[in-house]
Design a protein around this ligand. Structure first.
Ligand SMILES: [Mg+2]
Length: 171
């Protein structure tokens, strides 16, 4: 059971992920969470640094997709500025949108890595489909009520399974 909540990789943030290594492992598709992964939930637009990173990753041959639980207007705005596809209202960890995109892009889960800040949504959602799951630190303390509830359970899981030793896990 606990394996569902165990990230394949930990990183400090989206800028500290070893993308060349992912490439070597034949990962071609990167799924990004939006809130507290790409942006603080109060930030209305992706920052210049995020735009720069996305352009670089695209140049390196990755296909980038936003998979978010946020509302359509926010997800679509980010997707428009970053020039990516997006799946919003995904209700991660539910698998519906993961299945949709796997079918649409005709890919298999071994070619995908998903990046997010929450064990209960991003990591569990990816692990269910055997997608490489990458946990990063949340960007800020600004979080929705639902996320705060998720964090409570997340902290209990972390303690119970000792799956994360924060501050020790960066490569
Ligand atoms: Mg998030």
């Amino acid at each position: 059971m606990s394996i569902l909540y165990k990230p394949s990789i930990y990183a400090k943030d989206i800028y500290h992920i070893n993308y060349p290594l992912l490439k070597k492992q034949n990962i071609k598709y990167l799924l990004f969470d939006i809130d507290n992964t790409l942006a603080d939930s109060k930030e209305k637009y992706p920052s210049k640094d995020v735009i720069k990173l996305f352009n670089k990753l695209k140049k390196d041959g990755f296909t980038l997709i936003l998979i978010s639980n946020s509302l359509p207007h926010r997800a679509l705005k980010f997707a428009r500025i970053l020039n990516t596809k997006t799946y919003f209202l995904s209700f991660k960890p539910l698998s519906y949108n993961y299945h949709r995109l796997i079918k649409k892009f005709k890919i298999n889960s071994q070619e995908i890595a998903a990046i997010g800040d929450q064990l209960l949504t991003d990591i569990k959602g990816a692990n269910k489909l055997k997608i490489t799951s990458i946990l990063i630190d949340k960007k800020s303390l600004n979080e929705s009520f639902i996320t705060k509830i998720n964090r409570y359970f997340e902290n209990r899981l972390i303690k119970k399974y000792q799956i994360i030793k924060r501050g020790e896990y960066y490569e």
